[in-house]
Design a protein around this ligand. Structure first.
Ligand code: DAH
Length: 343
């Protein structure tokens, strides 16, 4: 074979090969081109190399040099093509365990995450459980309330500052001369709803959302949850109130919690107290409590001479935050999964 015939064959092959590598759209195509042109056993370049023996002796040097040059050329084209497709398609960047173009089944799998209940929901369930064991059943009431249940029946007169439009989310639905609706500002509304429906004795709790136009900060949020309790029967006293609250606190927080009453005022209880809890350091205010005011009992048709009762209302976010060491109750409503997954 003449030198020129050999070189022609070689150039032709090199041109085809370069084109094949530059047109390869994925790792698969690169690999096919590699086998076809540079394959160690049956590659086309290998075939041409065999012809090298038939070239006249005096032309061998030149033919060999050109052959090596073009071989290097094609190897460069292969590397370039492989490099530019790295990380493309389903072929992982690290193809250690997988043939080119296939997913690497030796890589660790992706773990599926299970959903879970929101920490406030979990707390509510637990509080229901504890109070259930003390004989309290669960009652429910609407979040959109009327002024009778949110205020009047609870002995909160028209002139009371708690009814200020700036302290409540009134819905502005009232016609002239009518009462307005509002988002309830306290779960004490449910006390009235239950007593309107049934004669004494009563032993209920109610857990749910309440709304106040407060600016959100570490301890306030315009929507939060309360646990309300009401017990009405013959000869109920303040001692019963304190015993139930202490049992409740110890069941939820453990034996090292102390409770304390501070004199206070609520229109629907007499006497009224603030309920504080402590773990040996400082006292934390958890809510209010007291003996149901006789006016409230009469407003629902109960006879205050016959029955007495106690009631309390505590903040669920505060209870949950204290138990889990959450310093800012806004965390509960940021929907940050890194926070929520801890519960
Ligand atoms: N409703 C009161 C509040 O939201 C808390 C409260 C105080 C509830 C005394 C009660 C109670 O049942 O007896 O601030």
């Amino acid at each position: 074979m003449s030198l020129s015939a050999f070189l022609e064959q070689l150039e032709q092959l090199a041109t085809e090969g370069r084109e094949a590598f530059s047109k390869a759209v994925d790792q698969d195509a690169v690999e096919k081109a590699r086998v076809k042109y540079l394959g160690a056993k049956k590659g086309l370049l290998k075939e041409v190399q065999k012809q090298l023996g038939k070239v006249p002796a005096e032309a061998k040097r030149e033919a060999g040099q050109r052959f090596n040059q073009l071989k290097q050329d094609l190897q460069g084209a292969l590397e370039k093509a492989a490099e530019s497709l790295k990380g493309d398609g389903e072929a992982p960047a690290n193809t250690k365990g997988a043939p080119p173009g296939l997913p690497d089944i030796t890589l660790p799998g992706r773990r599926l995450r299970l959903g879970r209940l929101h920490p406030i929901t979990q707390t509510i369930e637990e509080l229901k459980d504890i109070m259930g064991r003390l004989g309290f059943s669960v009652a429910d009431g609407p979040e959109i309330e009327d002024e009778w249940h949110n205020f009047e029946a609870l002995n909160i007169p028209e002139s009371h500052p708690a009814r200020d439009p700036l302290e409540n989310f009134y819905l502005g639905t009232a016609q002239v001369g009518q009462k307005d609706l509002l988002l309830r500002s306290q779960t004490s509304t449910v006390q009235i709803r239950v007593m309107e429906q049934q004669p004494p004795p009563v032993r209920i709790i109610s857990l749910g959302r309440v709304y106040r136009p407060d600016t959100a900060d570490a301890t306030h949020y315009p929507m939060f949850h309360q646990i309300e309790a009401l017990l009405v029967d013959k000869q109920v006293t303040m001692a019963d109130l304190k015993s139930v609250l202490r049992l409740f606190a110890r069941s939820y927080f453990g034996g090292d919690v102390h409770i304390r009453f501070r004199p206070s005022f609520f229109p629907f209880t007499e006497p009224s107290v603030e309920v504080d809890m402590s773990w040996g350091d400082r006292w934390i205010e958890m809510g209010g409590a007291g003996m149901v005011d006789p006016h409230v009992l009469s407003s629902v048709g109960y006879d205050p001479e016959e029955v007495t009762g106690f009631a309390f209302g505590l903040g669920v976010e505060r209870i949950c935050a204290r138990r889990h060491g959450v310093r800012d109750i806004r965390e509960f409503y940021r929907n940050d999964l890194r926070f929520l997954r801890q519960f």
